[in-house]
Design a protein around this ligand. Structure first.
Ligand code: ZN
Length: 473
């Protein structure tokens, strides 16, 4: 097996920041969706300098370091548009399976978040970021439940993943990290100013969402995001409870109410949008509001996506949809390929429509369409000259890749993050030969286990086991 980074013998100091990823099948996701069979990508610093024929590019860049991608598939880094980087990662598979989703949030997730220290946030975000990038996710949108955004941003930068971060935002009466509307908006502004657009990690305005914000906060947050030139994200309608609560409080369904408040627009990424009626879908489309679609979470939590979800219809009507993996106790694996397969499967099965919404469309959501939905398609989402060098090399020699067929079908239906061999983010190697090279993963694992014990102790939570766990040491 011929793996790894081979430095060309002619490389010298002047070319040390130029690398050619050579000889793989390059899935460009450019506007004509070209796949360059046996092609190459040249990375110079943090950007893509060339994409094309291996013979021509090796001749043009004789001194570049070479990553041999023979028998590999090379794709753009993938986008995870809704991922909780703190809270769940330290209590993965601890929240019981057989409880109502409200109980899992308010009896488990929120108390665990409330006990997070700044160090817990950083370790949790490190764990989550390593998992994402290991599965080929190079851009992650934090879901809006972070108490210590600067520590989370530091973790993302240390791992080397691109993404967005915000501060926990709600102005309800009680709960962790509550504040007055003004205090919450001040916190949001501070994060955006500390992490300006264009950096590896950028600040977004993030509200918890659901029906956990006053109208003043909803409108103020949207106005703030527009004024600062950034984006905003919040949860809405994964279940029928948000529509029920908005109808009781305002007399209108959630998206209709958000529209009346002036909150909708291209700057807004709504997480979920499972329970939307016709009028709400029309508003999402007419305002170019984006949606982060996390189908594994809805299935795992029994939220009704197969019954009422219309995400494929939104995509087909020109809507902006990205995929998300949500949380380590709701969707669980941060693996966008696995999510893409599920999104396509649900789209086809629920409409009895095998001729619609296949692997190619699903992989678009994972890359260029997902990048567009989060407002970053000018920088990421495809392998094109001038874009950021966020690149995934998939080892296509495994039995699930043998023999090779259509590359998009094999990526979506036939594999998952386990084939990811090398990952580059902004030109930096983060994963090499399947291993994270930016953080010590062994040390991280021990620290995460110790922090989990301490966190559960402080929250007063004992994880119940359905099957008896017997000490057999
Ligand atoms: Zn979420």
């Amino acid at each position: 097996m011929h793996y790894g980074l081979t430095i060309s013998p002619t490389a010298d100091a002047t070319s040390s920041d130029t690398t050619i990823i050579a000889g793989g099948d390059v899935v460009t996701m450019d506007s004509s969706r070209r796949v360059l069979v046996g092609g190459s990508v040249v990375v110079a610093g943090d950007v893509i300098a060339a994409v094309g024929s291996t013979a021509e590019l090796r001749a043009a860049y004789p001194q570049a370091a070479v990553v041999d991608a023979t028998d590999c598939v090379v794709t753009p880094g993938m986008v995870d548009a809704h991922q909780h980087l703190t809270g769940d990662p330290l209590v993965r598979s601890c929240i019981p399976d057989l409880i109502a989703s409200g109980e899992s949030i308010f009896q488990w997730a929120v108390p665990i978040h409330a006990q997070h220290t700044a160090d817990d946030d950083q370790v949790s975000a490190t764990l989550a970021a390593v998992e994402c990038v290991r599965n080929g996710v190079t851009t992650v949108v934090e879901a809006g439940t972070v108490a210590y955004p600067d520590r989370v941003a530091a973790a993302m930068v240390a791992v080397g993943i691109r993404g967005t971060v915000g501060a926990w935002g709600w102005d309800i009466e009680e709960g962790p990290f509550v504040g007055s509307t003004e205090e919450v908006l001040d916190r949001q502004r501070a994060v955006v100013e500390a992490h300006p657009a264009g950096g590896l990690v950028e600040g977004w305005v993030t509200l918890v969402g659901h029906d956990l914000a006053s109208d003043e906060l909803l409108a103020g947050a949207s106005e703030l995001a527009r004024k600062l030139g950034t984006s905003m994200t919040m949860h809405i309608s994964p279940t029928s409870s948000d529509p029920a609560q908005y109808l009781a409080r305002t007399g209108r369904r959630p998206v209709v109410h958000l529209d009346r408040l002036g909150v909708l627009g291209a700057h807004l990424l709504l997480a979920h949008g499972v329970w939307l009626d016709d009028e709400e879908i029309d508003l999402i489309l007419s305002t170019s509001t984006a949606i982060a679609y996390c189908p594994w979470a809805y299935l795992r939590l029994g939220q009704g996506v197969t019954r009422v979800g219309r995400h494929a219809e939104i995509v087909e009507r020109g809507g902006r949809v990205a995929l998300g993996c949500d949380a380590s106790n709701a969707g669980d694996l941060a693996d966008i390929l696995r999510t893409a397969a599920l999104a396509a499967g649900i789209a086809r099965d629920t409409r009895l429509a095998p001729q619609r919404f296949g692997a190619h469309q699903a992989f678009e959501l994972a890359t260029i369409a997902g990048a567009e939905a989060i407002g970053m398609a000018d920088r990421i989402g495809s392998l094109e000259v001038g874009k950021q060098a966020d690149i995934v090399v998939h080892d296509a020699t495994g039995d699930n890749w043998t023999p090779r067929g259509d590359v998009a079908m094999q990526l979506v239906w036939g594999t998952d993050g386990r084939s990811v061999r090398d990952v580059f983010v902004a030109g930096r190697t983060v994963i090499r030969d399947g291993r994270c090279v930016t953080v010590d993963v062994g040390e991280l694992r021990l620290e995460a286990q110790a922090r989990q014990r301490s966190l559960l102790d402080r929250a007063g939570i004992t994880v119940p086991h359905v099957w008896p766990h017997v000490d057999a040491r």
